[in-house]
Design a protein around this ligand. Structure first.
Ligand code: B1M
Length: 781
């Protein structure tokens, strides 16, 4: 069997779950170790799937990376070798996919694992996969597209194997880290995977709307491997709620919608796969076809830039900007991210990032700025450099599909830039100049554009990823040529429907009152077909022109956006100066400075209650409404901790000989929220209590042991999530079973007095102050 004979020619059938089949045998060990310890079992599972009709069987290597295997003292190479040998021993006319799941550590900026570390873990796996004879690689069940990108790059750079990649979505149609279907497609197609899609988490009944989007936007064969519904735990066993007949019926619907590759995930067995095998023979196969979307994206936001007008903010470019140049030299990331934030607020939808200052390490600065900006801001970036190494690294570490600024019609420019674009996936601005400079006539500029388009095609880059710049010249010096730019723009828009961009403000160079010329030219260019204006977003004139144009050109339907912007006079805000703003936007340096200043004349508790908590509530709301996503939530939390650290520094140290009661504090199992608990800790310590802080995500037994050891008579528990209330309840019950003289205080955003009463806690404290009041009333031990 040959993959290229199958792919996009007929339904390809994968096998079903490995873990669920192993569980059936009541084996309780790391599944991957069974490749060494019980190859017979794994062989028999593969065999069942082959007999059920699977075209591709997946090796038992989902977690076979050296991070997960570390504690078992075994190397991923050995596990993969054995897994592939087992699969090969039963292989008939089917292919073998090397299965690769996430590493099991959060990647930056949410976790500590760097992109390069993640790449290295995957590299070991993919090299072993190819060496021992896998036919393809299946990256599956990813929720972080950045981690997946590191895996795909490791496979592309170290093997020749075809790559399939799937991500896991939740009910809200996003992955855990905020990626939606369009973004996944945009990034994975950029990376040239051979098939992409979704798996796990949901049953096929819940996947219809996700599949509709996949079919609408993907030009790459689509793979869907659903769970057998939702898991339920009964008598120690995991039961899935969709049986094989129901699974088959739901999957048939998905096949009819136009997916190309099917299979099963958790809970599915050979019975499910056998039914799918019969069904695929009855359903007409629809091959995937090329869609014409010009996608760019961050990790959570995607635009089709061929539709509508998208503003590119130009201000992260040091040319002519003394302060920014200095910030770049000093590696002042706060200055750069602040500039990014401001532009987004002013209306930028894409941000140009240029670190071109002489005698600095531009490469290092580009990587650093990209990483910092994407921590805080969720709009796509445009990587702007004349240095190919900077562009290469910028694209490598960018979490999304960026725009590159720029390539031009010179042979060496195209030879340098296009392979990099092809490797990572990006859109690219194409300047219509060549070895002879900028042509004066429309015909010659067009010739250059056509030459760029044809050359790009030879590198496998299609027109949809090109953005043409017909170059704005200063009207003061080249009036005729400028007019030429506009007529070229209008012609190419109508004739070839190219995506177009212009650096608008060059037009007024050398003339007085540049604002008037800039905004008038912008309106003319928009009318001529400009869809990606590069502008200074702090110029309200330019933003107003675009907003008005969108109304007049029938783009802003029913004037909705216009009304929402202009109906109420915007408050004059000095947002940048408030602590709330800095916490919300993760501006750490500023947060520290403002907090120190505020603490000179404000009560620390007032800062906590009136600023810190309300701001974090606002951030939480935005997170819930999907206005921001996990990386931004984390940045806000990290920034809140800085406020808290300063508050702590300010509180006086107490004489340790004067200690009151011992109190054990913990955030309950499953819950990693500890900002509130830490506040309670510091306030109570400040009032003389001896705190034994067990930290966060604390299992019940640890608390019980500590009560025993320390002889503490008071326990304080915190929980912030509805899902962890049950652990709070269990912990209280266990403490009650074992000790009868312990006072238990509970708190946290989801906890209520009624809940406290219902689980037998002694006291519910709304905040640290209430906890203190309660404690002060207790007789001292
Ligand atoms: Co998350 N998170 N979070 N989060 N987070 C919430 C709680 C959430 C309500 C946001 C939302 O969706 N609106 C939501 C829970 C939904 C629910 O269950 N109903 C949520 C979620 C879903 C998640 C994740 C699952 C997100 C994800 O990964 N997809 C994940 C959870 C991981 C896990 O725990 N297993 C997660 C992660 C995180 C961060 C790591 C990014 C970060 C926490 C960082 C940290 O704590 N080290 C974070 C944050 C910051 C929040 C919000 C925005 C703020 C929480 C906070 O620190 N508040 C929060 C939204 C919200 O609460 N509105 C949210 C400020 C703090 C001072 O208040 O802790 O209530 P609080 O403490 C107060 C009082 O309650 C009381 O006193 C304190 C001070 O006066 N108090 C006690 C607290 N404990 C007490 C104990 C006492 C007495 C008083 O006696 C012992």
């Amino acid at each position: 069997m040959n993959l290229s004979n199958l792919l996009n020619k007929k339904f390809i059938l994968f096998d079903g779950a490995m873990g669920s089949m192993i569980q059936k045998e009541n084996i309780n060990t790391l599944p991957e170790l069974l490749n060494l310890e019980n190859p017979h079992l794994i062989r028999s599972i593969h065999k069942k799937y082959i007999e059920a009709g699977a075209d591709i069987i997946t090796t038992n290597t989902f977690g076979a990376n050296n991070h997960k295997l570390k504690k078992y003292n075994v190397d991923s190479d050995l596990i993969i070798k054995n897994a592939i040998e087992i699969a090969k021993s039963v292989q008939k006319n089917n292919l073998i996919a090397l299965d690769i799941g996430p590493i099991g550590r959060m990647i930056e900026p949410m976790g500590k694992m760097t992109f390069d570390e993640s790449y290295e873990f995957f590299k070991k796996q993919v090299i072993a996969g190819e060496k021992y004879g896998a036919d393809l690689i299946l990256f599956e069940t990813f929720s972080d597209i950045y981690e997946l990108k590191s895996g795909i790059l490791s496979a592309k750079e170290n093997t020749k194997l075809p790559i399939f990649a799937t991500m896991t979505f939740s009910d809200d149609k996003r992955t855990f880290t905020g990626t939606d279907i369009k973004t996944m497609i945009s990034v994975l197609e950029g990376l040239n995977v051979n098939a992409l899609g979704i798996n796990c988490s949901l049953g096929p009944d819940k996947m219809e709307s996700l599949v509709d989007k996949l079919v609408k936007y993907s030009s790459t064969p689509i793979i869907v491997q659903a769970n057998a519904g939702l898991p339920d735990y009964q008598n120690g066993n995991t039961i899935y709620n969709i049986n094989s007949n129901e699974y088959n019926e739901h999957t048939k619907k998905l096949m009819n919608k136009g997916i190309q590759i099917i299979g099963g995930c958790c809970g599915t067995t050979d019975e499910y796969i056998r039914k799918l095998n019969n069904s695929r023979k009855q359903i007409p196969f629809k091959p995937v076809f090329d869609k014409n979307y010009s996608f760019i994206s961050s990790y959570s936001k995607t635009y089709d830039v061929s539709k509508n007008i998208h503003i590119i903010g130009e201000r992260i470019n040091p040319t002519g900007k003394k302060k920014l140049r200095q910030a770049i030299i000093e590696e002042n990331m706060e200055y750069i991210t602040n500039l990014a934030l401001k532009q987004k607020e002013e209306g930028a939808e894409i941000l140009d990032v240029n670190m071109g200052v002489p005698k600095i390490d531009e490469n290092k600065l580009m990587i650093k700025s990209i990483k910092e900006i994407q921590k805080l801001i969720d709009i796509p970036l445009q990587i702007d450099s004349t240095n190919i190494e900077v562009i290469d690294n910028g694209l490598r570490y960018y979490n999304g599909k960026a725009i590159i600024n720029s390539v031009n019609g010179k042979k060496n420019s195209m030879e340098e830039i296009f392979p990099v674009i092809k490797k990572y996936g990006a859109m690219v601005i194409c300047l219509t100049l060549n070895e002879d400079g900028i042509p004066e006539t429309m015909e010659k500029r067009l010739q250059i554009a056509k030459n760029i388009e044809n050359t790009a095609l030879k590198y496998g880059i299609s027109k949809k990823d090109l953005i043409f710049d017909f170059l704005v010249l200063a009207v003061s010096a080249q009036q005729n040529e400028l007019y030429n730019t506009l007529s070229t723009l209008s012609y190419v828009k109508n004739t070839y429907n190219y995506n177009t961009t212009l650096g608008v403000s060059n037009v007024s160079f050398g003339l007085p009152n540049r604002k008037i010329l800039n905004r008038t030219f912008l309106a003319m260019a928009l009318q001529a077909g400009l869809n990606l204006p590069i502008i200074n977003t702090s110029s309200q004139d330019m933003i107003d022109t675009i907003n008005s144009y969108k109304v007049l050109a029938n783009i802003d339907k029913d004037c909705k956006k216009y009304i929402s912007i202009y109906s109420e006079q915007k408050e004059e805000e000095i947002k940048n100066e408030t602590l709330e703003y800095c916490i919300e936007n993760g501006l750490k340096e500023k947060t520290k400075i403002i907090t120190i200043e505020k603490l000179k004349n404000t009560d620390p508790l007032e800062i906590i209650n009136n600023i810190l908590i309300p701001t974090l509530n606002k951030v939480g709301d935005k997170y819930e409404k999907e206005i921001i996503f996990l990386p931004q939530l984390i940045q806000s939390a990290e920034t809140a901790k800085i406020v808290f650290k300063e508050i702590k520094n300010k509180l006086p140290d107490l004489d340790s000989s004067n200690k009151k009661d011992k109190i054990i504090l913990a955030t309950v199992e499953g819950d990693i929220h500890d900002i509130g608990k830490n506040i309670v800790k510091v306030i109570l310590e400040n009032y003389g209590y001896e705190i034994i802080d067990l930290g966060k995500d604390v299992v019940c037994n640890k608390i019980i042991d500590k009560i025993q050891d320390s002889k503490a008579k008071i326990v304080g528990l915190s929980a912030l999530m509805t899902t962890t209330l049950i652990n709070m309840e269990n912990t209280v019950k266990e403490i009650r079973k074992k000790f009868d003289d312990i006072k238990i205080i509970i708190g946290g955003a989801v906890v209520t007095k009624t809940f406290a009463n219902s689980i037998g806690a002694d006291f519910y404290a709304k905040d640290a102050r209430e906890a203190l009041k309660y404690l002060e009333k207790l007789p001292l031990n």
